[in-house]
Ligand binder design. Sequence first.
Ligand code: 6R9
Length: 654
Amino acid sequence: MSNEQQVRIYNPTEEFKKNAAVSGMDAYRALCKEAEDDYEGYWARNARELLEWKKPFTQVLDESNSPFFKWFADGELNVSYNCLDRQVNAGLGDKVAIIFEADSGEVTKVTYKELLSRVSKFANALRGMGVKKGDRVVIYMPMSIEGVVAMQGCARIGATHSIVFGGFSAQALRDRIEDAGAVALITADGQHRGGKAMPLKPIADEALSLNGCDTIKNVIVAKRTGAATEMKAGRDVWFDDAVADQSDVCEPEWVSAEHPLFILYTSGSTGKPKGVQHSTGGYLLQAILSMKYTFDIKPDDVFWCTADIGWVTGHTYITYGPLACGTTEIVFEGVPTYPDAGRFWRMIQDHKVSVFYTAPTAIRSLIKAADNNPTVHPTKYDLSSLRILGSVGEPINPSAWEWYYENVGGSRCPIVDTFWQTETGAHMITPMPGATPLVPGSCTLPFPGVQVAVVDETGTEVPWGQGGILVVKRPWPAMIRTIWNDPDRFVKSYYPADFQGKLYLAGDGAIRDKDTGYFTITGRIDDVLNVSGHRMGTMEIESALVAHEKVAEAAVVGRPDDLTGEAIVAFVVLKGSRPTGEEAKAVIKELQTWVGHEIGPIAKPKDIRFGENLPKTRSGKIMRRLLRQLAKGEEITQDTSTLENPGILEQLKG
Ligand code: 6R9
């Protein structure tokens, strides 16, 4: 963004502020101050108020074995009890917990009472198979009620679940089963996406036939597509049969607050995926507190997080946070573009969604779709039920932010741009919708109680206005506890010696506005480019490109260059069709000039390539490592089986 560009600020309306959980900046600052004055006291107060404990804790933060921190360790509770029994006991049994909309459009509603009954039966089925506290259960399922039931069922008996996203290959599933040493696998015959039925059980079977999976004793298979399915006698059982004769009463397993609720594999910068291990008490505390503060959740809200349960966002903001708050939430099986790109807007209209949480990549693709086809434009739908919009997963470029604000939110709904990670468990930097003045493209200020900073290579805080490394200064309740099977890697990755093991390294760069102190994430540290000695975030250049009227989406990577150290390569998707030949040359010139104007000549991409799309993981993250290989003209050695659209690699070879 050029300096001349006027930064617009969006304040919450008085009306909104009045009823907000965090009402006004004074209220926000008071919470931050409470935490600063008495860090443990702040979290302990919330843990007492927001969680129901079987055995109250007496210890708060235990730093004796740093960086393996513990929170509320002598307290005992159960996550499923806190999500389900608590609501039923409070008289919310008949409230709808889940509105499930299938890919086909079919809608199923489940009340809290019914959900408790289904989870209890499933938990009893697991116990009947001999699955016990501390055992690992891998879940490889589509977006479904059964998926949520499976997760909650594990939590109920103290089994540690590990979800593997339904788009992952047999090899990826195998690796995770082996690393976790799982005793059971919960899957489905298949899944529906965009009108097509796709297999899951055959992939699971393939994974189980590979070396390393013999720890799996039971496979539970939910019926989704009705595809002919091979069932191995003595190992495989249908989900419905497993629960059929089970009691709907299941005494929860009361576990320590430190008991591992789940492991979730995520990619590191190199090497094999890391099994991020999360806790019970601290994790649930921040899931609830962020529902309250960031989403300002109220009893009448209809909440919709569009993530998949295979990602951390689906864990915290589908399976646990909303249910622990007694919220009615949407669970969606399908994709945003089927049967057309108005699907999200139609669902918001039909279910009167009031809080909507999605990813910038979805927004950008829907902007493109709406530009090409006015009938799927959000303004064609009644979105008046909305009161808060959210964004997560990557930086949201200001132009997409403004489109989202105006066209989806009717210039009425605050946008919470939530920065966090698999490892952090819950929001870390985010606006409070009834307090924080919003600046498009900035995730603004820390969540109350979270202490983040921007530092240099030695761990010293840099002045506002100067870019640096994002760190967390103090342990927080929902943080990663370790990497499963690899505590050394945990220490090296997140508490490096460079910072004397005292600061959590997020892996992202950030800059604080020199006047407001607002945080802007500049992208993963490994995505920062150095061109002729100038440091700049790839995101900055992407944002400039996307601000051009012809550009729908852009990804920028570095390529080694003899002259300048690194050269900038941009992969661009235009709103219209993909240009070739002379036309392409003209657009390249136009975009180079544009970026030169927006940021400065140094930021002009040396090489611009056009594709109909960008290579993304199934969760919608741009695969930058792959783009870097393409930029260098290298052969693709990386596994591309998780790519949503492998065909576009040819177009981007340049
Ligand atoms: C929740 C989630 C984490 C990485 C993180 C950062 C990027 C997430 C962001 C954001 C800018 C935001 N990221 N939210 N960057 N603004 N609001 O996405 O977890 O899949 O582990 O990704 O995503 O780079 O380090 P995860």
